[in-house]
Write a protein that binds this ligand. Structure first.
Ligand code: GLN
Ligand code: ZN
Length: 757
């Protein structure tokens, strides 16, 4: 009898202790040669593969490992790195690859944006006049490597053609079918070589399918798969979707592929299965373990779920796997030595998730009694957490204030009176460079090698130093610099009730940057002021206004790992109320400009459009719950690092923030066109330079960005700021770039004043 198999979709690339990050950064700093980088990262890659092998996963993904981003890898695969970087660094050089990701002094980086509804960022393919040609078949090389080194007959993973193109830019909607055709030919080439090498299964990731609304488009994509089928008749292809169920289930199951991968955790794939059934000629790759969250599964329930699936699909045609790549969860919980044991026992990171997958598979193959202890233990772990002191209670909606006293047009006048800012005021987004020194002081403090007082004194000295630098540069609204924060969410997680933080629970955010999402395990509430001391201190050093700096409720929610014993939106409102308390304390200490960052608002949009309204309403409600009770003269700022917000323009406006800053520069003006069709009536700063790149822009460039924005946004509403926080930049880069920005602002201001006179 053939047996049920287990599979994985992708494994974290960063290593248990973020070894990957360190290697990359050493290479970028010139402390590591290319050869050293390649061999060290190979070791890391093999380590991940070896673990999956030891855990007993049958279909192990290969080619998912990346030196930066899998979408950029796909661009490289098709020889589509931007010409400007190739010109500078040479065609297939690793430096051209990194230059596309990070920019150089002469070449701007590619745009970077969020991967579906995650906090992972990918490099946007530049597809204007794209002429894809396969250069080096990297998936093939990685397949061979796994086979030769470890005897693994891996399952190569590719970003699918529809997803790759849809995530790219530089073409019109009408050009999509033709572009898809062009790429299909190249995909076929790659697949042919893989097939000839003896690959059995190949995973083609098409998460874009969950976002597609039109049947015609599904048809066009289907045609592409027909062509691929014709090119590789015997290669087994799994068309993999994730993060949501799909809109055209029935059509999808008719695609000429051998397997369909569905997410059985998010959305409602089970209902689709019940309604439409599943074709007898296909294998179902069932994503039953949540690949996006860190909570341990109750395996009793998961086995039940698979047994229900078995009513519609024969047992031997089901493959058990996580719901998506494990890129979005940390590597292993084994190294967490300080967590509450009940909590730790209820967690599951990548390695543990794979073990869950294997346990379910074994239960199906050999009967549940074979793994009874493990199943029982998992149910027990979940029950223990439910019964512990970590309790979550539903949010009670009272008649909370969610409307500011005066409408914007009236309160802004009062704010202007109080703030006395020049035309086109300059500011930054909040964080300033977290130097090696800042990080080492924090580490010493965490290891209790230095006392709280010494650490606090050090933070104060950084604040003081940077208040002076900002004054010297000539910025108008200053920041304290966020030196005390490792991360904009974790920091609040450590201080609010209801959270716990891990030690090594890192996940990749963009490039080498990783974040450590806190765990929301219990009811969230305010305990004591979290940001007030630093803000008051910074304000005491200057006559200019210093912005108070908070992370907003939506972002805290989206960038945490939230338990699901109560609805997410209840947790969201709890966070919002806690932040409202903090804002009150800031206000009562004369902090008159308060920024509530919501960089994660856009990314949290559900893939399925039908769920947008519910999400946006909840997001707007929570933001206003936090901010609406301030005085008219208190200016609320918010910040978002996502440029593509034409779809949610109205909701952004409904947040009713007095000033919003948005990341713009990597979208090269796309955002600006949004304002050509929509009028925004409040104040706004469109980022005038890219902070993700070490490159210092010129005055002319920044001035150009300002001018472009001023064509459609009145100068009286416009703020001048970088794209995002500056914590990842070096001090010299930051000072250099900010000086340039202030000079460009000064020029723009002079021109405006001449115009007005
Ligand atoms: N205030 C935060 C910072 O400057 C905002 C970061 C973000 O948008 N991701 O770091
Ligand atoms: Zn940002």
């Amino acid at each position: 009898m053939s047996k049920v198999k287990s599979s994985n979709l992708g494994y974290p690339r960063i290593g248990e202790k973020r070894e990957w990050k360190k290697l990359l950064e050493s290479y970028w700093n010139g402390d590591l040669s290319e050869l050293e980088l390649q061999s060290a990262t190979k070791e890391l890659r093999l380590q991940g593969l070896r673990k999956q092998q030891e855990l007993g996963i049958d279909l192990i993904p290969v080619g998912d490992f990346s030196l930066y981003d899998h979408v950029l890898d796909t661009s490289l695969l098709f020889n589509l790195l931007p010409e400007r970087v190739v010109k500078e660094k040479g065609k297939s050089s690793i430096d051209a690859y990194f230059a596309a990701a990070r920019g150089t002094q002469n070449a701007v980086a590619s745009e970077m944006t969020k991967w579906f509804n995650t906090n992972y960022h990918y490099m946007v393919p530049e597809l204007k006049n794209a002429n894809p040609i396969v250069t080096i078949n990297r998936p093939l090389a990685l397949y061979k490597e796994a086979k030769e080194e470890l005897g693994i007959d891996g399952k190569p993973v590719l970003v699918g053609p529809a997803t790759y193109i849809k995530l790219g830019k530089g073409y019109s909607d009408e050009e999509f079918p033709q572009l898809l055709k062009t790429f299909t030919t190249q995909y076929s080439k790659i697949l042919k070589e893989l097939s000839e090498e003896g690959v059995e299964w190949i995973q083609i990731d098409e998460p874009i399918i969950s976002t597609i609304q039109s049947k015609d488009e599904i048809k066009v994509i289907r045609e592409c798969y027909e062509e691929i089928r014709a090119a590789v008749p015997t290669l087994k292809i799994v068309l993999q979707t994730y993060f949501e169920s799909v809109n055209f289930f029935e059509e999808l199951t008719k695609f000429p592929v051998d397997g369909i991968g569905l997410d059985f955790v998010h959305g409602d794939s089970l209902a689709d299965l019940v309604q439409y059934g599943f074709p007898e000629d296909k294998v179902l790759f069932a994503g039953v373990i949540d690949g996006r969250n860190v909570w341990r599964a109750n395996l009793e329930k998961k086995v039940d779920l698979v047994e229900t699936i078995q009513l519609y699909v024969d047992k031997e045609r089901i493959i058990i796997q996580p719901s998506c790549s494990l890129l979005h969860v940390p590597v292993t919980k084994q190294t967490e030595s300080t967590l509450n044991p009940i909590l730790k026992n209820a967690l599951s990171f990548a390695d543990e998730k794979l073990d869950e997958v294997v346990t379910i598979t074994t239960a199906l193959n050999q009967g549940a009694q074979q793994v009874e202890a493990k199943i029982e233990e998992s149910a027990q772990a979940v029950h223990s957490l439910d019964a512990s002191t970590y309790q979550q209670t539903p949010f009670e909606e009272k008649s909370y204030v969610t409307q500011r006293e005066l409408p914007f047009n009236d309160r802004i006048v009062e704010q202007q009176k109080r703030l006395q800012l020049p035309l086109l005021p300059t500011t930054t987004i909040g964080s300033l460079p977290q130097t090696a020194e800042v990080r080492s002081q924090r580490l010493k403090w965490r290891k209790t090698e230095i006392t709280d007082a010494v650490y606090e004194e050090y933070i104060r000295s950084e604040i003081k130093k940077w208040i002076e630098i900002q004054e010297d540069i000539g910025l108008d609204v200053l920041v304290h610099g966020e030196f005390e924060r490792t991360d904009m969410v974790e920091y609040f997680g450590e201080k609010l009730n209801g959270f716990e933080v891990t030690k090594f629970g890192w996940v990749q955010s963009y490039g080498s940057r990783c974040v450590k999402p806190p765990l929301i395990c219990g009811d969230v509430s305010f305990e004591k002021p979290m940001t007030v001391n630093e803000s008051i201190y910074a304000q005491s050093l200057t006559k200019k206004k210093v912005k108070g700096m908070l992370t907003g409720p939506v972002t805290i929610l989206n960038w945490s790992f939230v338990r699901d014993s109560i609805p997410r939106y209840d947790v969201l409102n709890q966070i919002a109320l806690a932040l409202r308390e903090e804002i009150k304390v800031l206000e009562s200490n004369d902090i008159t400009v308060i920024q509530v960052d919501e960089p994660a608002l856009r990314e949290g949009l559900p893939l399925n459009r039908n769920k947008w309204d519910e999400y946006l309403d909840a997001a707007v409600h929570a933001f206003r719950l936090s901010t609406a009770t301030v005085e008219n003269t208190t200016q609320i700022h918010t910040h978002m690092c996502y440029s593509d917000f034409k779809d949610i323009f109205e909701s952004i406006s409904e947040l009713d923030a007095d000033v919003i800053s948005i990341e713009t520069s990597r979208s090269h003006g796309d955002l600006i066109s949004t304002f050509e069709v929509n009028t925004y009536d409040k104040e706004i700063g469109l980022g005038v330079y890219d902070i993700h790149s070490p490159r210092i822009p010129s005055v002319e460039e920044i001035k150009e960005n300002i001018d472009r924005a001023l064509k459609i946004i009145p100068a009286s509403q416009f703020w001048i700021n970088p794209d995002c926080g500056l914590k990842t930049r070096k001090e010299t880069e930051t000072i250099g770039a900010l000086r340039v920005m202030v000079a460009a602002a000064q020029k723009a201001r002079e021109e405006q004043l001449i115009k007005l006179s």
